[in-house]
Design a protein around this ligand. Structure first.
Ligand code: COS
Length: 385
C-alpha cells in the first residue's frame, strides 16, 4: 500500500496511529488464520476472524460513536489482506448499527458490548426474494399481539446467516401501510422459536450467506429498534454510513491488485524486455493508480463529511460506493490481464481478488441504485437552487 495517502487532509494523527498498529495485527494475528480453506470451512473461519478482531480490540470501532474514516481505514486494510477478514469486521458493524443508531438503552446494553468484543455475531436481515433493491416491497410481516410481535416471512442473501447470534430484521408492522411506510426493525436472537435457516447460499468467493424463514416467530416488543414504522429510515441511515465503507473494501482489493501487479511486470520478460517497459503496460498502470486515488478521494470525502457531523451523506456515500466498486472491478481485471494465464490460476492472489471484488457492485445497493440516488440529489439540488 502506498504510504502517502495517510497524509491527505481527511485524516488526523489518531488515524495514522491506528493504521500503523493495524498492519502488524493483520500480518501476525490474522495472517496465522488460514483464510483459504475449503468452502465448507468459511463459517468456522469467519467465526475465528470475528474472535481475533474482538480480542485485538478492533471491533470496538463497529459500535457507536462511529468514526467512519476509522471504519474505512480498517476495511481497506483488512480487504487488502483477505476478503473474509473484511467481511467478518464489516458485518459486525452493519448488523449492529441499527441498535447503535436507534436502539433503546436496554438493547444497546444487551448487544453492543458483546458485538464489540466479538462474543456475539451480528447480521442485518433486510433483503427478501422479491425485495432486494426495492426495500419498499418487503412482505415479511410483524403482527402485534399483546406485548409481542409475530414475524412471518422469508429473508434471503443474509450475510452471517446461520452464523449470527442475532439478526436485525426489517418487517412490515403496519399491515395497511405500503411501500416504505409501516416497516419496523426487530432484534431476533438466533434461537428464537420460529426462526429457521432454510438454505446456506454458496457464492463465488467466501462469504457466509443464508436464506432465513420466520414462521410465527414471536419477539418481545422491547426487541423493536427505534420507533414503530420507522424501519425504512433506520435501514437507509445505516446504509448511509456503511456504503462508503463498501467503497473502502473495494479500495483495499484494488490496492492489493496493484501491489501484486507492479513486481510482476517489473520481473516478467516478453519479446526481450520487461513487461513494464512496454508503453501499453505503463498506460494500464497509470489508469489503475488514477482510479484507485479517485476512489479513495470519494470514499474518504464521504467518511470525513459524516464525521464532521452531517446528518445525511446519502449522495456522497452513493458516489463513493458506486465509483470505488466499479473502479476496483476494472483495476482487478487489469491486474489479471497483466498476469496473463497466471492470473486465472486457481489460488493465485489476483484470481481470488477477481472473485472477491464482484459482489461489491451488488450488495448494499447496486451500482444502478446508487445512480438513481445520485441523480435524485442532482435534480433536487438544482430545483432548490
Ligand atoms: N436516511 C434517512 N432517511 C432516508 C434516507 C436516508 N439515507 N433515504 C431515504 N430516506 C427517507 C426519505 O426522506 C423519505 O422520507 P419521507 O417519507 O418522510 O419523505 C423516505 O425515507 C422514503 O424515501 P424515498 O422516497 O427516497 O424512497 P424510495 O422508495 O423512492 O427509494 C431507494 C429508495 C431505491 C433509494 C432505496 O430503496 C434503496 O436504497 N434501495 C437499495 C437497498 C439496498 O441497498 N438493498 C441491498 C440490501 S441491504 S445489504
Amino acid at each position: 500500500m502506498r504510504p502517502d495517502f495517510l497524509d491527505w487532509p481527511f485524516f488526523e494523527d489518531r488515524h495514522r496511529t491506528l493504521h500503523r498498529e493495524l498492519g502488524p495485527f493483520v500480518k501476525d494475528t490474522l495472517g496465522a488464520i488460514k483464510t483459504d480453506g475449503k468452502d465448507e470451512d468459511e463459517r468456522a473461519t469467519c467465526a475465528r476472524l470475528v474472535k481475533a478482531l474482538g480480542e485485538g480490540g478492533w471491533l470496538q470501532h463497529v459500535v457507536a460513536p462511529f468514526d467512519v474514516r476509522t471504519l474505512c481505514l480498517i476495511r481497506e486494510t483488512l480487504s487488502h489482506h483477505h476478503g473474509l477478514a473484511d467481511f467478518a469486521f464489516a458485518m459486525q458493524g452493519l448488523g449492529s448499527a441499527p441498535i447503535s443508531l436507534f436502539g433503546s438503552d436496554a438493547l444497546k446494553e444487551r448487544y453492543l458490548g458483546d458485538t464489540a468484543s466479538g462474543k456475539q455475531i451480528a447480521a442485518f436481515a433486510l433483503s427478501e426474494p422479491d425485495a432486494g433493491s426495492d426495500v419498499g416491497a418487503i412482505s415479511t410481516s410483524a403482527t402485534p399481539d399483546q406485548d409481542t410481535y409475530v414475524l412471518n416471512g422469508t429473508k434471503t442473501w443474509i450475510s452471517n446467516g446461520g452464523l449470527a447470534d442475532y439478526y436485525v430484521v426489517f418487517a412490515r408492522s403496519e399491515a395497511e401501510a405500503t411501500g416504505t411506510k409501516g416497516l419496523s426493525a426487530f432484534v431476533v436472537d438466533k434461537d428464537t422459536p420460529g426462526l429457521m435457516i432454510v438454505e446456506e447460499i454458496e457464492v463465488i468467493a467466501p462469504h457466509p450467506l443464508a436464506k432465513l424463514a420466520f414462521e410465527d416467530c414471536r419477539v418481545a416488543r422491547t426487541q423493536m429498534v427505534g420507533e414503530p414504522g420507522r424501519g425504512f429510515k433506520i435501514a437507509m441511515a445505516t446504509l448511509d454510513i456503511f456504503r462508503s465503507t463498501v467503497g473502502a473494501a473495494a479500495l483495499g482489493f484494488a490496492r492489493r491488485a496493484l501491489d501484486e501487479t507492479v513486481p510482476r511486470v517489473e520481473s516478467r520478460q516478453q519479446f526481450g524486455q520487461k513487461l513494464a517497459d512496454f508503453q501499453l503496460t505503463q498506460a494500464r498502470l497509470a489508469d489503475m493508480l488514477t482510479a484507485i486515488d479517485t476512489a479513495a478521494l470519494l470514499v474518504y470525502r464521504a467518511a470525513w463529511t459524516k464525521d464532521q457531523g452531517a446528518e445525511r451523506v446519502t449522495k456522497e456515500s452513493a458516489m463513493a460506493k458506486m465509483y470505488a466498486t466499479e473502479a476496483a472491478q476494472k483495476v482487478v481485471d487489469d491486474a489479471v490481464q497483466l498476469f496473463g494465464a497466471e492470473g486465472v490460476v486457481k489460488g493465485s492472489v489476483v484470481e481470488r481478488l477477481y472473485r472477491e471484488v464482484r459482489a461489491l457492485r451488488i450488495y448494499e445497493g447496486t451500482t444502478e441504485i446508487q445512480k438513481l440516488i445520485i441523480a435524485r440529489h442532482i435534480r433536487q439540488e438544482y430545483k432548490n437552487a
